[in-house]
Design a protein around this ligand. Structure first.
Ligand SMILES: NC(=O)c1ccc[n+]([C@@H]2O[C@H](COP(=O)([O-])OP(=O)(O)OC[C@H]3O[C@@H](n4cnc5c(N)ncnc54)[C@H](OP(=O)(O)O)[C@@H]3O)[C@@H](O)[C@H]2O)c1
Length: 264
């Protein structure tokens, strides 16, 4: 095999995983092939010393590990898979909703590892769920190592893959949506944007760290801030009367349902 890794689709996730692979000093650029969408992106990467191609067939044929980081709709629309025998190859897919069975049907004879990372992988702080049929294989270990190079990895049953998408894959959007609401309020109240961003986001990080280091339930930690007649409860009561908990449940359900739909 000409290359160890082929990253197919070098957008947000593909480039995060590329950075992760390069962090491991045992892998160098010459072992990686990047399959990109256009000549402009190809030139950008070749100028940086990478092997890059716009030929999907080459990208799928010439490497032991295919890191599939295309949008699920794009994967479904591609005809080329049926022409190639993937015996001996491992496909590491980050495509939302595409199941191990679906991918096995497209990548004939390949070993499939299905993952769901999130965008903090871009800064090495990703939280990834991972599953496969054969968890005892060497390829599965290598896939875990690649994902671990961009953050934490949690092995889960594939049947929970859709249900967990809102918890990690989509969580940056939900957590930051919540943060953004407070930043908007702060700016309208006269706090400068930079200060607002730091106060809100650092408080979210430190609250999460406190919760992770505590044996108490998250609900107990919420109550710890809510003294009777105090400021926090005055605001929390608005979230409760606005049925925000119900909206969050709906949000998570809709996200998981969409992941399920994409697998069909
Ligand atoms: N972003 C997230 O938060 C997140 C989290 C977990 C999982 N994922 C999964 O990661 C996958 C990629 O998502 P992303 O956010 O990285 O998307 P993205 O930034 O749009 O990256 C996809 C890349 O694939 C390229 N591409 C499209 N068709 C191609 C083809 N035929 N050959 C080669 N390259 C092609 C796109 O190029 P053009 O832009 O030129 O079309 C783009 O650079 C998706 O399946 C998604 O479900 C994403």
């Amino acid at each position: 095999m000409k290359y160890k890794y082929s990253i197919v689709g070098v957008g947000k996730m593909g480039s995060a995983l590329l950075n992760g692979i390069l962090k491991d000093k045992s892998d160098d650029k010459s072992e990686i092939l990047l399959t990109v969408h256009g000549d402009k992106q190809k030139k950008e990467y070749t100028d940086l010393g990478f092997n890059a191609t716009t030929d999907l067939k080459e990208g799928l044929s010439d490497a032991s590990f295919i890191i599939l980081s295309l949008k699920p709709q794009v994967v479904k629309s591609l005809e080329i898979f049926d022409e190639i025998d993937f015996t001996g190859k491992c496909v590491i897919s980050v495509a939302a909703g595409l199941t191990v069975d679906y991918l096995s049907g497209r990548f004939k004879n390949a070993e499939i590892v299905r993952c769901m990372p999130n965008t903090p992988a871009l800064i090495g702080e990703g939280v990834t769920t991972i599953c496969a049929k054969n968890k005892a294989s060497k390829n599965y270990e290598i896939a875990k190592k690649i994902l671990s190079s961009v953050g934490k990895v949690y092995e889960i049953d594939e049947r929970l893959m859709d249900a967990t998408v809102p918890l990690n894959g989509s969580m940056p959007a939900y957590a930051l949506y919540f943060a953004n609401g407070f930043i908007d309020y702060a700016v309208k109240s006269g706090v400068d944007e930079k200060t607002a961003k730091h106060l809100v986001l650092e408080s979210i990080i430190s609250s999460a760290k406190l919760a992770l280091s505590s044996d108490d339930d998250v609900s107990v930690l919420i109550n710890n801030v809510c003294s009777k007649g105090g400021t926090t409860i005055a605001g929390l009561d608005r979230l409760i009367s606005g049925k925000v908990a119900e909206s969050i449940y709906d949000c998570a359900s809709a996200c998981a349902e969409r992941s399920e739909e994409l697998s069909k």
